[in-house]
Design a protein around this ligand. Sequence first.
Ligand code: GLC
Length: 597
Amino acid sequence: MNSGKLQSNNINSDAIKNNSNFQKAILLLNEIYGESTIGRSNNFSEFINSLIEIIQSSKESRNANLLELDLNRDDYWYKTAGRSAYTMYIDKFKGNLQSSIESLDYLKSIGVGLIHPLPLLKPREGNSDGGFAVADFTSTDPKLGSINDLEELCAQSHNNDIGVIIDIVCNHTAQEHIWAQKWLAHDPEYKDFYIALDTEDEVKEYELALQDVFPDTAPGSFTYCDDIQKYVWTTFYPFQWDLNYKNPKVFLKMFEAMAFLVNIGIDGFRLDSAPFLWKTKGTISRNHENTHKIVTAWRELLKLIAPKTIFLAEAIESINDVLPFFGTEENQECNLAYNNVVMTALWAALADENVTILEKAILQSFNKPKHGDWLNYIRCHDDIIWLALKDLAPSFKLQEWSDFYSGNNYPNGLAFQAPEGMPKSTCGMAAELCGVYNDDLGLNRLKLLYSFIYALDGIPLIYMGDEIGLKNDTSFLNDKENKDELRWLHRPKMDWEVANNPPKTNAEIFDFFKSLNSIFAKTSEKGKLLLSLCNKQYQNKILRLEQIYENQEILCFANFSRDMVNIANEIINEKYEIIYGDLNLGEYGVTIMRRFK
Ligand code: GLC
């Protein structure tokens, strides 16, 4: 068995078969597909040969620049102190891929080290759930540019030391995708690519255990298809058809798509809707152990083509369902996962002016294995789902927070759909939910939340426009198709006029983002985070975070209330230099200190 490193880009099948990563993947795949007769008669060795072919041809066509990157990057290349990730819709950001290349300098100026453009592969025509209904995994949305433009964006990003992550929408395709069309046409190669039930009664039986994702705009989990007179499994919108991962060919096809994309220069994948891959009747069909085996196998196999490719789990679930996405030390699964429980708890702490639940959430988040990292964030293109805190707070509290952010207080948010009897989620841009344009303290709240995610262990994520305090966009209300899809409220167009020539408040926010980068960039080593439980003496209003490095410590005090608090006692006899804020913590104030050892 070889060590897992394949240096040459010409590899014979024996070298692949003897590779430790490959063998790890095959072990897992054997557990799932070894006995499977779905898709075609069972022939596991044929399946293995197809994997080998994909690996061989992809490795052979990997270009010299990418091979060099593979060699030069260490395993944690995507994590550099003080550097953030940045997520945006390409059309809303700069219009298209080519013009986005021109904005790499802008992104560098706020310390971005990783970009995550939201779906940019070819979507279905018309409503595509913001691009999450992919019609072709090997071409780009023509409105954004060509696959060559994407290749150039990756190459230029690499020249600027920026990595590129894109969505691989692995749970479903658009109903227009060629796989779906061939399946509908009874092409034997595409047999069992999707899941269809014969009768309404069967649908009811399955749905008893399932939970709607979009109960108002897309109720139910199945959609009747006239062509085959059956009910197709559609967890999300009726035009997003769930793939059938019980069929090994689906695994293969998705792997082939990833292999193609890493050779374009893509450095990582956001595994969209990852919890939903494996489905079983009578269960909620989320987070199944086979889902984890599939993801781990993809990762191991990709190591033979593009060894430094990273995976980001999009698992917006309770912490106990998110943690397994990191895998174990032996079977590592995702490099990154959204820290959605802490994100939700941050908004809860702000609403309550109390950090009790936030502290619990952070402590839970420490239970991740060492090899994985949190992607810490405040906002993204989706809604804030209060249910993420269901294990940490009573249900009336979830309802209270939901009401708070869509009520008459300082936040300017909207309540979005949720399953019956559950608290509605929240939509809105960070600046609006913090009340930046509603009262004098909004700016402090925004700074508090963002500095906090920089002080946490992991990678901070900036949602496009937050760095200049972009407002909500209500124009979707006039769009017949999208008026009920409130998530468009927080998907505004980037305002370059404001970015280039910011009025006072926006300028203050932008400068603040630049300062965050420079404060945390000084911590050049990879650190370790400690949460000091000092909130009791401050009536649960303040959290203290400590990042410990070999040569220095960074201490961050975050006041989640509008009370003034003096923290001088906290640093008695210590040689701390204040690098941000004041010993008198003002309303929603943050103080950051450093001590060299
Ligand atoms: C993910 C995306 C969300 C999308 C859904 C279906 O949750 O973040 O925007 O609607 O997947 O693809």
